[in-house]
Structures are given as structure tokens and as C-alpha cells.
Write a protein that binds this ligand. Structure first.
Ligand code: NDP
Ligand code: MG
Length: 417
């Protein structure tokens, strides 16, 4: 009888509308969960580019997803309308003072936690099925690890988590039977190409890169580029840090390390090709020479949706790629001499230990200095290289050693002139 009832209401938008009238978030979620197999979501970083795109995806599928918790760093002005629209049970504001300010404003609409402890508490204790890791930088590591330990599905955009602690994170996933589904478009593409395939039959994976705003500049021209020029990405609209990483190609370097941990391939079997149109999101070449590619317009909503619905695909109304209009797709080798950050990342992966963590921390500080107009664009790889040469590399770090390494490297690079 209850199965018949569930079938009747499954597609009934009236039922979802009825549930939205239930004032208490817990009761509303419980009622929807009981009848519809609805997934509860925690978004780490809901006010960022990925976070907002994730909420836009979720809006497309009423009754399929319920927002359980949202977190931000400081932008409570963007969080407030999200609270009104998505009615989370809990929100976390990393900044202590702003968390208190928000608490007064929302007046009991939802619970408000603060600080990094609040982020970890949300990941460790909240009732959710999928965590969307959309925070930027090293800060995403601690709450993501809490979610991994609970065996929750992780839809991971925060590539830095895998760059700094790939070995620990992937072994924790194996231990807790946690699904780590990439959101990064290149890795989502490879994940999609690998469905039904045997990883042992992969010859190499090919990560595509747009080449960023400075594709047609020479190495010497890079020293005089401005912050505004670096933030003007030709194909993707993203947060500031990843946009600068794309201009320096550190983003592709981070993605090489991310791919290494996600797919278990050595650096020799991970290739980077420049593809200025950003239509082929990445490719897999198999041992028989066949190449599979995943294509689409450059829009993060698709890889986010895939990570939420995998192994299913849900019909959506997002824009489709118009191939005759695009007409030509081109590919060429990156210039490792010009894109020094890409070379540094391949080297850091080869050295291993805390080397990728040092590189990542140095890059985060250097990008911040560049955005604040304290250093030139061409100083970014210089600061990273100095940090890699001066900081001690630990061969098999545990989580505490990784946190220590990140902290020490930040101090070191912050004080570099
Ligand atoms: P944004 O800078 O746009 O957003 C970052 C989000 O994280 C914001 O909600 C921000 O809060 C929050 N946040 C930032 N720092 C902290 C902190 N220290 N503690 C708690 N919360 C914090 O970044 P993106 O959305 O562009 O990128 C997010 C991640 O996804 C990155 O790792 C990036 O590399 C990856 N990615 C992004 C893509 C994109 O298209 N944007 C594509 C592929 C991967 P607040 O708003 O309050 O500052
Ligand atoms: Mg990417």
C-alpha cells in the first residue's frame, strides 16, 4: 500500500508544494524523505561560483534535493537570500563576528554555527547524503575529511584537498567506502569516459586547458600583465583565485595532481593539451589507441549535476553545444618554459611527500599578494619555487604534518620580499 502511495506522489508537484508549507525544516525534510528518495545536501562554500551554480542545479529538480546546510566565509549578504529560498536547517559562517551578526538577523530561521570548528561540526554531524566541496583552497581539507570519515558521497570541486593530502584522502575514502565524485570539469569528463571501462586498459588521460587569457602572450610579456587582465578569463566565469591559477596554468598543474590521486595514474600517463575552445573537457586514450572525449559547452552546471545524480543522468534544460557553430576544435602542446607553474606542479608530484602541499600553500599566498597588487604576475612562480627549495619535504606526512607544513609555508612566503 505504502509503495503504491509513494508511486502516486513521486511525480506529484502538489505534494512537494504541500511539504514546503511545513514550517519546521526537520519535519519537512523527514516527510519528503519518507515518500520521495530525496537527497539531502550540505554545500561547503555556497556563495562562491561553484556553490551558486550548485544551487542553480538543485533548483532545476524540485523534490529531488533538499538543502540541509550551507557554509560561507564572510559573505552573509549573499547567504541571507539563500536561507530564505532554500530553508537550510543549519548554516556556518567562518568569520566569528559575522556569524553573530547573521544569527541576530535570521532570528531562529536556522541554526548558525561559526568558525572552522563550525564547518567541521556541520560536516561531522549534520544529516546529509551528499557534501558538495565548493570551498576554495586548503581551508576545504578539514571539513571534507570529516565527511569522508562518515562515508558520505563527496562531490568535490575543491581540488586543493586532493593536491595537499591526496594519499591520505584517497586511503580514507577506501577505508570508509566513500564515493569521491569529481566536479572539476576535466576530471568529471574523465570519470564519464571511464564508465564501463577497465582502468588497466587506459594508456593515458589527456587534460585539456584553455590556455587562459595569456595564451597569445610571450613569456616576457607576462611580467607586465595587470590583475584585471589576469581576471579576464576567455571561457569560464569563476572565483578570483582559480581564475588567476588558470592564467598562470597552476590550475592545470593542480589538476594533474588531482587526476593522479583520483584515477591512480603516474604522471607519465597524464598529458596536458591546450584546447582554446574549452569544448572537449578532457579525454581518455586506451591501450588500443581509441580515444574517448567528453564534450559540452563550458558550464560547470553539468559536472555538478553529474556528481549529484551519478550513476543516473537527469534531463535538464541547460544550453547545448552547437557543434556546427563552433565548427573547429584545436589542440596543441603547452609551452612549459612559459607556463612555469605547470612545470613546478609536475615536479612536485614527482618529488611527493609534502612537496605538493608546499607548492599549494605558496601559490595561495602568492596569488593573494598578486590580487592585492603587491607582486607582479611573473613573481608567482618565483615565490613558489623559492618555497619548494627552502621548505623541508616530509616523505609520508600524516594529517597533522600537512597542517603544519601548510602553516609554515604560508608564514615563509608571506614574509618573502
Ligand atoms: P569562490 O571564491 O567563488 O568561492 C569560494 C567559496 O568558499 C565561497 O562561498 C567562500 O565564502 C568560501 N570560502 C572561501 N574561503 C573560505 C574559508 N577560509 N573558510 C570557509 N569558507 C571559505 O571559488 P570557486 O567557486 O571559483 O571555487 C571553489 C573551488 O572549486 C576551488 O577549489 C576551485 O579550484 C574549484 N573549481 C572551481 C571551478 C569554477 O568554475 N569556479 C571549476 C573547477 C573547480 P565567501 O563567499 O563568504 O567568501
Ligand atoms: Mg578544471
Amino acid at each position: 500500500m505504502s509503495i503504491v502511495f509513494a508511486e502516486i506522489v513521486r511525480t506529484d508537484k502538489l505534494f512537494i508544494g504541500f511539504c514546503s508549507l511545513i514550517k519546521r525544516p526537520f519535519l519537512r525534510t523527514f516527510t519528503l524523505q519518507l515518500v520521495i528518495n530525496m537527497k539531502r545536501i550540505l554545500i561547503l562554500g555556497s556563495t562562491g561560483s561553484i556553490g551558486i551554480n550548485a544551487l542553480n542545479v538543485i533548483k532545476q529538480f524540485p523534490g529531488k534535493f533538499q538543502i540541509e546546510a550551507l557554509t560561507v566565509n564572510t559573505r552573509i549578504d549573499l547567504l541571507e537570500p539563500q536561507i530564505d529560498e532554500f530553508k537550510p536547517r543549519l548554516v556556518v559562517v567562518k568569520d566569528d563576528k559575522l556569524a553573530l551578526e547573521l544569527k541576530k538577523k535570521v532570528k531562529g530561521k536556522c541554526e548558525v554555527l561559526k568558525g572552522i570548528e563550525g564547518l567541521c561540526e556541520a560536516a561531522a554531524e549534520c544529516d546529509y547524503d551528499i557534501l558538495i566541496g565548493a570551498m576554495v583552497g586548503f581551508a576545504g581539507l578539514a571539513p571534507t575529511v570529516e565527511a569522508i570519515k562518515r562515508g558520505k558521497r563527496i562531490a568535490l570541486a575543491n581540488k586543493e584537498t586532493l593536491v595537499v593530502a591526496g594519499e591520505l584522502v584517497t586511503s580514507l575514502c577506501r577505508k570508509h567506502d566513500t564515493e569521491l565524485i569529481p566536479v572539476d570539469s576535466e576530471h568529471s569528463a574523465i570519470y564519464q569516459c571511464l564508465v564501463g571501462e577497465n582502468i588497466n586498459e587506459v594508456e593515458k588521460i589527456i587534460l585539456t586547458a584553455s590556455g587562459g587569457p595569456f595564451l597569445n602572450k610571450t613569456k616576457s610579456e607576462l611580467s607586465n600583465v595587470t590583475v584585471d587582465e589576469a581576471l579576464n578569463h576567455p571561457n569560464w566565469k569563476m572565483g578570483n583565485k582559480i581564475t588567476i591559477d588558470s592564467a598562470s596554468m597552476m590550475n592545470k598543474g593542480l589538476e594533474v595532481i588531482e587526476a593522479h590521486w583520483l584515477f591512480g595514474l603516474p604522471k607519465e600517463r597524464i598529458k596536458v593539451l591546450i584546447h582554446p575552445q574549452s569544448i572537449v573537457h578532457s579525454m581518455v586514450q586506451f591501450v588500443d589507441g581509441s580515444i574517448k572525449a567528453q564534450m559540452g559547452i563550458p558550464d560547470m552546471k553539468l559536472p555538478i549535476q553529474y556528481a549529484l545524480t551519478y550513476p543516473e543522468r537527469f534531463k535538464n534544460n541547460f544550453e547545448r553545444a552547437d557543434l556546427p557553430k563552433i565548427s573547429s576544435l584545436t589542440f596543441f602542446e603547452p609551452d612549459f618554459d612559459k607556463y612555469e607553474c605547470l612545470k613546478l606542479a609536475f615536479n612536485a608530484l614527482e618529488v611527493g611527500g609534502t612537496s605538493p602541499c608546499i607548492m599549494n600553500a605558496a601559490n595561495e599566498v602568492a596569488v593573494d599578494k598578486f590580487l592585492k597588487r603587491k607582486i607582479k604576475f611573473s613573481h608567482i612562480p618565483e615565490l613558489i619555487e623559492t618555497a619548494l627549495n627552502k621548505m623541508e619535504n616530509h616523505k609520508a606526512p600524516d594529517l597533522d604534518a600537512i597542517f603544519e607544513c601548510d602553516k609554515e609555508t604560508r608564514e615563509f612566503v608571506t614574509n618573502l620580499k
